[in-house]
Design a protein. Structure first.
Length: 229
């Protein structure tokens, strides 16, 4: 059987940026991490796995209009956008922050002694920029299914699904005709369209209408982006 065109982004080959304040793993090139082979995947410009030390802050600047999607994995993170007002985002939530070109965004760990872990994804922004949005989901909603956290038909140019699976549970994800898929394994291991993905591996798929995945470990958590072409 002919396989769907794909590109795997291995966790062990991610870029690592580290200081006393943070540790950042970059699946795609971002800031000082400029690997020519890790360019954007469609609308997805960057996917960063951030560990921020207690009481620390980091800031970024959008070089072009962007949608910043923040997804806490453990704990709470305070996000500051162009308006300068911090927004608390906790595990079980996702925050979408639109950024005009040249705008700054910052993250702060509100805990003094604990490290927080969160993902921040950078995507091409539609014009005009949408309003900031918060999306909430429950842990139960993710059980053995891909739950829509950000609906694909929301006019943002992408949709975000999350699923937490027991071992050997399967799912089929149906894509729109004008979309591609990017999957990122947050925890555990999966087989996605015949490709083995371990924790923090990513997979881009093109030219497919449906994607089959199977969890290979218990409590395996996967993030699936549907990216409009």
């Amino acid at each position: 059987m002919k396989q769907t065109p794909a590109k795997i982004f291995l966790a062990e080959q991610r870029g690592l940026l580290e200081t006393a304040q943070f540790r950042r793993y970059c699946t795609l090139r971002f800031g000082p991490y400029a690997d020519a082979h890790k360019g954007p995947v469609g609308r997805l410009r960057a996917l960063n796995d951030e560990l921020l030390a207690g009481g620390q802050s980091v800031r970024f600047r959008a070089e072009a209009p962007a949608l910043l999607l923040v997804l806490p994995i453990t704990g709470e993170v305070r996000v500051t956008g162009p308006q300068g007002t911090p927004t608390a985002v906790d595990a079980g939530e996702a925050l979408l922050l639109p950024l005009p070109a040249g705008a700054d965004a910052g993250f702060r760990n509100p805990y003094t002694a604990d490290v927080v872990n969160f993902l921040h994804l950078w995507l091409d922004a539609p014009a005009p920029l949408p309003a900031s949005q918060r999306f909430a989901f429950s842990a139960a909603a993710l059980d053995n299914q891909l739950a829509a956290v950000v609906p694909a038909g929301s006019g943002l140019g992408f949709g975000l699904h999350l699923g937490r699976f027991a071992g050997r549970h399967e799912a089929v994800f149906q894509l729109a005709a004008d979309a591609q898929l990017f999957a990122f394994v947050v925890a555990g291991a999966f087989e996605v369209e015949g490709r083995l993905l371990h924790e923090k591996d990513g997979l881009a798929l093109w030219n497919t209408a449906a994607v089959e995945l199977e969890a290979l470990s218990n409590d395996a958590l996967v993030l699936v982006l549907e990216l409009a072409l």
